[in-house]
Write a protein that binds this ligand. Sequence first.
Ligand code: FAQ
Length: 343
Amino acid sequence: MYTQSIDLPQDPGDLPRDPRPGARAASTAADARREADFEASIAADRKIEPQDWMPADYRKTLVRQISQHAHSEVVGMLPEGNWVTRAPSLKRKAILLAKVQDEGGHGLYLYSAAETLGTSRAEMVDALHAGKAKYSSIFNYPTRTWADVGAIGWLVDGAAIMNQIPLCRCSYGPYARAMIRVCKEESFHQRQGYDIMLTLARGTAEQKAMAQESLDRWWWPVVMMFGPPDSDSVHSGRTMAWGIKRVSNDALRQKFIDATVPQAELLGLTIPDPMLAWNAERGHYDHGPIDWDEFWRVVNGEGPCNRERLADRVAAHEKGAWVREAAMAHARKRAGAQSRAAA
Ligand code: FAQ
């Protein structure tokens, strides 16, 4: 989608310096002017586009966040993909198949947006497969029952939308624009998940118990998905100053909890947090302590499914090698035919 912008101007810091007297001072002045223009754009809430000058750290942090986001979408296909062959009806199977494909599409928009910053998709995918790049902690939990597909749609997509709506206003144009379509699709996913939960909650006692058991397992990992508390968030200060992140981890977490409690009440399900209580003074729900040790264990590779997820991703990539080769061969053949026709 954005690959026409891949030929980026090099960061001036990477270029050899002009050795002539006075040239160094001139280039330092030019750097300062570019930096001031960048800061003025951020302050005026103007979008930064791929061809614009940007500080190396801004570029680096965007590649980190967007590629991690892309990896999350792609790895996120695995837990639900696990249920495609076992969905309880043809209708549910068709819906789930379409949802999983949507997540793959989100990964592609996001890899394309990150490529505009000068890092190739192959490099990003290699970093994921080598275990150097992160993806969301939430996808390291197992999907044991059909209710888990409902819980993922309702809660995981619900949390993803909460986090991604502010990203539609991100200062980097290609990321912000990619998020608009992603959010529309995630919102549909959230409703399909809630619909599964509603059907189970209004079904037999056994089905309702399955929905409750799923909520019991997914609640805390979803609450953690927003990232560490603001006090421990290493990147928030800079990314918020740069207009990449607009709302902090804790504020988004609170917004999610406030929105989700009434939805659980409507389902007749109980959120597994005995300390959850409306605080009229704050105008928010108070919640119990979050097990941050568990979060960091999962982020650092020791969650219930980390190894399995990465191994499945690597295997899927390897099995898809012939598709990539065939697509490249087809593109070469078409380009050859077009240039022969033009000659
Ligand atoms: N999991 O300083 P902060 C989806 C890491 S998409 C793993 O607060 P930041 C769709 C963080 O990277 C879900 N690692 O970081 C779907 C950093 O480590 P680093 C993904 C995490 O960037 C639905 C360190 O901790 N969404 O669900 C997590 O300011 C259903 C310090 O943290 C996005 O990626 C975590 N949960 O804030 C698909 C949205 N949290 O990089 C299928 C875009 C933090 O220095 C089915 N990303 N870390 O090594 C963001 O908004 C931000 O990157 C945050 C983290 C909020 C995730």
